[in-house]
Design a protein around this ligand. Structure first.
Ligand SMILES: N[C@@H](CCC(=O)N[C@@H](CS)C(=O)NCC(=O)O)C(=O)O
Length: 253
């Protein structure tokens, strides 16, 4: 089996897929796209992924898109070190959590990410270049235009942080219900992998204090970072603070 992953080092969705590939010890070629330069919007890439986003997996010529779909696909074609529970009820619970994660923390984390990390790059662009870039995005056009070149207003930032907080609380409740240490209990599942990058991102943006009063979540975070697949997934350049020096200079208020 030959795997080629079109992705970006710092992309949270890509990090989910890299984690599963690494945990299953599946060798893969990595094609790194520069998202700020628009590699994901080039015609050849749009033929693979018409959404103009990463990641995209090429498995022996078969193209699979969307990170949660890719991680489920990998668990089907390479069942070693399974991330999917045996029982259909537990599987359904895992998938429901994955939908919640995509709708809540994975979506909300884009607001602090763009405001704190990417905005300075967009502010250097002319208005016309920025609007053209935003309008060329199949999936994120409105998101980019709403952010604009002055960034999301405080109300949007506060709302995103509140949504993230509710996600940490949901994690805490799931771990308490299952008995932990993972969301669904004794074994790590794709739901844990799905939420991992949002917490890594918030930690990187120095906002881990948001879950410090939830010891089940702090233990979960320590546990996932201690797994052997974590380091190869988060190779140097995968954290925004490694890529954008301004993030190292001061912690957000
Ligand atoms: N639901 C998709 C979302 C993919 C997505 O939003 N990818 C981001 C990086 S994490 C991206 O490629 N953004 C490029 C852009 O906004 O132009 C998935 O999970 O694969």
């Amino acid at each position: 089996m030959a795997f080629k992953l079109y992705n970006a080092p710092q992309s949270t969705c890509s990090q989910r897929v890299r984690f599963v590939l690494n945990a299953k010890q599946l060798a893969f070629d990595e094609v790194k796209l520069n998202l700020l330069e628009g590699d994901q919007l080039k015609p050849d890439y749009l033929k693979l992924n018409p959404n103009g986003v990463v990641p995209t997996l090429d498995h022996d010529g078969a193209i699979v898109t969307d990170s949660t779909v890719i991680t489920e696909y990998l668990d089907e074609v390479a069942p070693q070190h399974s991330f999917t529970p045996e029982s259909p009820v537990a599987r359904a619970h895992m998938r429901a959590l994955m939908h919640f994660i995509d709708e809540m923390p994975a979506a909300a984390v884009r607001v602090p990410t763009f405001n704190l990390a990417f905005l300075p790059s967009f502010q250097k662009m002319s208005r016309a270049a920025f609007v053209a870039m935003a309008e060329s995005k199949p999936l994120r056009r409105e998101f980019m235009l709403t952010m604009g070149q002055s960034g999301f207003p405080k109300a949007d930032m506060d709302a995103a942080l509140a949504r993230l907080r509710r996600a940490y609380e949901r994690m805490d409740a799931e771990i308490e219900r299952s008995g932990g240490p993972w969301l669904l209990g004794r074994d790590i599942t794709l739901a844990d992998v799905a939420v991992m990058p949002a917490l890594v991102r918030m930690d990187d943006l120095r906002m881990a204090s948001q879950w410090q009063d939830l010891p089940r979540v702090t233990t979960w975070f320590d546990n996932i970072r201690a797994l052997p697949a974590f380091q190869p997934t988060y190779y140097h350049g995968s954290l925004l603070s490694e890529r954008f020096p301004h993030l190292r200079e001061k912690a957000p208020a």
